[in-house]
Design a protein around this ligand. Structure first.
Ligand code: HEC
Ligand code: HEC
Length: 213
């Protein structure tokens, strides 16, 4: 009897310890959806507009590109919008496995801050997003419809799982956290990461409405 309860105590304590660790690393990002029925379609569309401003922002869209498999350089710090310099091609592996791996220059490092024009880095291996998550060049309506379609969003059945992806990726110091801490003279994604998570939740609770275009 005594051994069982001690084991349970240890298991319970370590589960608590690990969840606290993840909580601390993700910078206290919270997933607190508003009550069902408390967000109107109008408010949901306003929240979506802000989600679109983030997903179409260069810090996110430069990696969420289509089947050409070429990362983009866009946004004020790059001057004009153009494909990644130096003939970089990610091929269908999305990590440049057939020519030059992205990670050759984009190091895996928990230190997100890099100087102007140095290759940005973050806490996991650098890679283009899967091709079905293309945002670059797509309209607000297109991104909206794709983000709520589990066949095109990585099998995520609900907006809650999108929010969980954002929280989890940030806990790994991945691209999501980097988008708001890009270093150098790169422009951050708009609003804050917590605000972005809240907007995804508000949009979802409103029934995930999409704009007309
Ligand atoms: C360096 C490349 C890169 C950048 C920059 C990037 N992402 Fe991603 N993104 C990825 C990869 C790789 C995946 C697939 C990872 C996975 O599914 O676990 C992904 C997947 C996602 C997904 C889940 C896909 C979906 O359609 O459901 C979301 C949401 C997302 N990213 C949000 C963002 C946001 C917001 C930003 C900007 C703040 C951003 N990403 C910037 C590479 C990137
Ligand atoms: C030879 C080195 C090198 C390789 C290999 C490389 N990059 Fe880059 N990348 C850079 C540099 C340098 C910058 C920043 C340029 C600047 O700020 O002017 C950059 C910037 C980027 C950006 C823009 C980030 C932003 O600020 O929005 C993306 C996206 C990107 N790289 C994706 C990739 C992907 C995906 C791969 C692999 C297929 C890759 N890169 C391979 C050197 C490299």
């Amino acid at each position: 009897m005594k051994t069982i309860s001690t084991t349970r105590l240890i298991v319970g304590a370590s589960a608590l310890f690990f969840s606290l660790m993840v909580y601390a690393e993700s910078g206290k990002l919270l997933i607190t959806p508003p009550a069902e029925g408390s967000v109107s379609v109008e408010q949901g569309l306003q929240a979506w507009q802000r989600v679109y401003e983030v997903t179409s922002h260069p810090r996110c869209a430069n990696c969420h590109v289509g089947k050409e498999n070429i990362p983009m350089w866009s946004g004020p710090s790059y001057g004009k919008t153009r494909p990644h310099g130096m003939n970089i091609h990610a091929d269908e592996t999305r990590i440049g496995a057939k020519t030059l791996l992205c990670s050759t220059c984009h190091l895996t490092s928990e230190n997100l801050e890099t100087a102007n024009h140095a290759p940005p880095q973050y806490g996991i291996a650098w890679s283009l997003a899967p091709v079905e998550f293309q945002w670059f060049g797509k309209s607000s309506k297109e991104i909206c419809e794709q983000l709520k379609d589990s066949k095109r969003n990585g099998g995520r059945e609900s907006y809650l799982q999108i929010a969980e992806h954002l929280q989890h990726d940030a806990s790994l110091k991945g691209p999501v956290l980097w988008g708001w801490n890009p270093g150098g003279n790169r422009e951050s994604a708009p609003y804050t990461l917590q605000k972005h998570i809240d907007d995804v939740l508000n949009w979802g609770v409103a029934g995930s409405p999409c704009p007309e275009k």
